[in-house]
Design a protein around this ligand. Structure first.
Ligand SMILES: *Cc1c(COP(=O)(O)O)cnc(C)c1O
Length: 364
């Protein structure tokens, strides 16, 4: 493929040829034995990637669909309780909007872009709220700012002060690249999309859901239809999905999970950490800054401060001639930052190729 542009953007990511090919297998019916075997196999492997013995629900949607699912299934309509939405950038702000648009009471804990959500701020927000929150929403990896939030420390505060508050985590741009120990941390919903660290095309989303989140869902009347966790779980127990799923993507997922487990999850996490270190080092050594506050830099996507004031769209035009593509800053950060994703199946060699190309651009 001579016109192939290798993607270093935080979704959709570069997808390996063998994974693309897996999607072309002949179609099967979703109410037959072959599908049940496929789904069962996928579920077992997904549980390993999510570090859970509970369940992982599969949705034919992007991650945004499961944002809505988490909002509808885990937060009651009691206006005195609601959700504590932690906001540190564009994605976490949008998830807060999703709760609100589903009629839930939202308390926002907002920090400046580039900063992380600190456990002390969460402590304060919980103590200031007259009733316990039904849930807290945390975006683990804020893709717009390149900040990775200290999940374990935040969780510890919630468990200490408000043990009945469900912990909902968006790990869309980190799960599969960074270890998130669902059962170990006692999380309630962790959701992600196929087109980020999983290295698949877009179109599927996954959510580990705890027993206690399902118990909560049962007490909530209007859970909606497509993302009703109770219904998804009822069908999952029979290795079915309520509606027709994206079966071709499931073929690709089945193969990709095999490859992820063959690489070894620890090796996969180590590769992501190494690629992050390489990228941080390149960014600093070329006179750019890291937008994330020190100590909270993402391990899957680097947001560089454009301190040299380069023309990012000109850079991407040049990179296209080299078969490469990076991301401009997101929303209000366009132009003043640029982002390099180092997630999914990219390698050190891919990054070296990218850095060499950017260096040629910078040299003029
Ligand atoms: C990409 C992204 C989303 C949106 O996911 P979709 O699959 O596009 O719906 C949500 N949260 C984060 C942190 C993301 O990076």
């Amino acid at each position: 493929m001579s016109n192939h542009i290798k993607l270093f953007i935080p979704g959709p990511v570069e997808v390996r040829e063998s994974i693309l090919q897996a999607q072309t297998a002949p179609m099967i019916g979703h109410r037959g034995k072959a599908f049940e075997t496929l789904y069962n196999r996928i579920h077992e492997k997904l549980c390993r990637v999510f570090f859970t013995n509970q369940r992982v629900l599969l949705s034919t949607s992007s991650g945004t669909g499961l944002w809505e699912g988490a909002a509808r299934n885990c937060v009651s309509d009691d206006p005195t309780r609601g959700v504590l939405a932690t906001v540190c950038g564009a994605f976490s702000a949008r998830w807060a909007d999703v709760f609100e648009m589903n009629g839930k009471a939202v308390t926002r804990l907002t920090v400046e872009q580039g900063c992380a959500i600190k456990p002390e701020r969460v402590r304060q927000a919980i103590l200031e709220h007259p009733a316990p929150f039904d849930a807290i929403a945390i975006v683990h990896n804020e893709t717009s700012t390149g900040v990775m939030n200290p999940l374990a420390e935040i969780v510890a505060v919630v468990k200490e002060l408000s043990p009945d508050t469900l912990i909902l985590v968006d790990a869309v741009s980190s799960l599969g690249g960074v270890k998130i120990d669902f059962d170990g941390l006692g999380l309630d919903v962790v959701l992600t999309s196929s087109q980020k660290c999983f290295g698949l095309p877009p179109g599927l989303a996954f959510a580990a859901v705890s027993d206690r989140a399902l118990e909560r869902a049962k007490t909530i009347k209007n859970r909606g239809y497509y993302f009703d966790f109770i219904e998804l779980e009822k069908f999952r127990l029979k290795n079915h999905t309520p509606a027709t799923p994206a079966i071709s993507l499931m073929f690709a997922l089945d193969k990709q999970l095999d490859d992820m487990l063959a690489e070894g999850l620890d090796a996969r996490f180590a590769r992501h950490a190494r690629m992050a270190a390489m990228t941080h080092e390149w960014v600093r050594s070329r006179g750019f800054g890291l937008f994330a506050e020190p100590g909270y830099e993402s391990l899957t996507v680097t947001c560089a401060s454009n301190t040299r004031n380069i023309d990012v769209s000109a850079l991407n035009k040049y990179l296209a001639t080299q078969g490469l593509h990076i991301s401009d800053g997101y929303g209000s950060l366009k132009g003043t930052t640029f982002r390099i994703a180092h997630m999914a199946d990219l390698t050190d060699a891919d990054l070296s190729e990218l850095f060499a190309a950017i260096d040629r651009f910078l040299a003029g």
